[in-house]
Design a protein around this ligand. Sequence first.
Ligand SMILES: C[S@@+](CC[C@H](N)C(=O)[O-])C[C@H]1O[C@@H](n2cnc3c(N)ncnc32)[C@H](O)[C@@H]1O
Length: 477
Amino acid sequence: MTARGYQQRAATYPAEIAGVAPPRLLGGLLHSGTTVAEIPSGTGHFLRVYAAADARVVLVDASRAMLAAARPVAAGQSLRTVCARIEDLPAEQVGPVDVVVMPNAALNQLAADADLGRVLAAAASVLPAGGLLLAQVLLVDGDRVSGGCGFYDPDLPDGQWKPDRRLRDAEGRELVRLRRQHHQGDRVLIDFSLTRGDEHLYDHQVALRLFTAEELHDALTAAGFQVAHRLPADNGAQRSAEVLARLPATRIPWRTRTVAEAGEYWDRYYNDEFVTGLGTETIVAALHTLPPVGTWMDAGAGSESLLWSIPLAAEHLIAVDLDTDRLARLRAYAAARRPRPAYRTVLEMCGRTEHDFTARCRSLAATLRADCLTGRPLPIAEGSVELVTQFGLLGLAATPEAFLAAWETVHAPLQLGGWCAGANWVSTSAADRVELTEELYRQAFQACGITPHLLTCEPIIADPDFCAVWIYTGRTA
Ligand SMILES: C[S@@+](CC[C@H](N)C(=O)[O-])C[C@H]1O[C@@H](n2cnc3c(N)ncnc32)[C@H](O)[C@@H]1O
């Protein structure tokens, strides 16, 4: 991708890309103070989204004219620009940044001229351990390209000009952008022509390389990334597919099966101020949608059932765990009846009071030591509880078969018409855990006659040990 053709497009570029929808995963990655680099940026595709999140922005592009045209668009925003080609990216000048965004099939465009692996390695060079890459991509599956992007439509016949943008110049005169495309093997050539009445303002050609999801996955892995999340294209809404990848944390992996021993876990999670970006907000919101229940069983409860109890309304809680130390902490915490800081935030989020927390502490009816991951029945009668939850338990299973077996035994106590909910975090370091997929969850739901009400996978940005969390709710029919 050369800068030359783009010089002449710089003035109209902000209007040409104004309709490009931001990646659906972007919002969840940005927080106040996050530094995001858009590469290659043109005049900046999602400046408004970055500004709304109070994120710091670095625009990286090979065209000086594009970067100059970005300045007035980003008026008042914290913005740095770096003029460079991705092949010669000056890593220390750009990074380290928290997130790299490759917008609007830019990766396909870069891959038309440069090796895909090299491009991704260049993106990785500006990220620290745990850093994130989010790309809007065109993926090919057989002879079908999924979705389109701001300048490519898989259904447009080759060679046919199509007016695809109507813009206004500074004097208010109408400009029309015409576009046509030609497929050549795994490449697509796209011609643009901008006209004002009979006047020709520019002609410009760009090339795209189409690759498969597997090729992208392999190239990401070779560049040192782990794929955290993939979103398919949404043809109806004209959104391209998205890939979120993460560089692994360099921290020493925990040796225990779960992320930390009881005391360390207690100190590390939910003890101090509430930490956003761990998925907790989404889980709390999901639990808040469930109706009041009589008896609730929390499997793999550890010391934290009372956190999840805040958005719920349950009369009696049975907490089940293999680790008696964690259960003892839970009992002591319930007896103390004083919410820790993160718990206070969740109370506020849910509009609950300290009095409500006391009621939840009192609801702890029993703690039970049991191994929930063997696939053997739990010592709780079938059909005796109205709500079964697990947070961080079933994802510890080593294989899909073990996950399905444990899922069945954990949900066996559920009554007809009862509810289930839970969350499982995807580890960046533990190699011995089941790969969680939508298909696996759907299989698990079906095996137990549960209709899913929510099944979503969210990226995690606040903990280098995890890159995503699966969250679900469902009901037995
Ligand atoms: C990641 S922690 C989650 C704890 C708690 N649910 C929370 O939300 O913070 C996983 C929990 O699963 C428990 N666990 C691990 N293996 C287990 C097993 N085989 N049976 C029952 N509990 C187990 C651990 O003791 C730990 O409390």
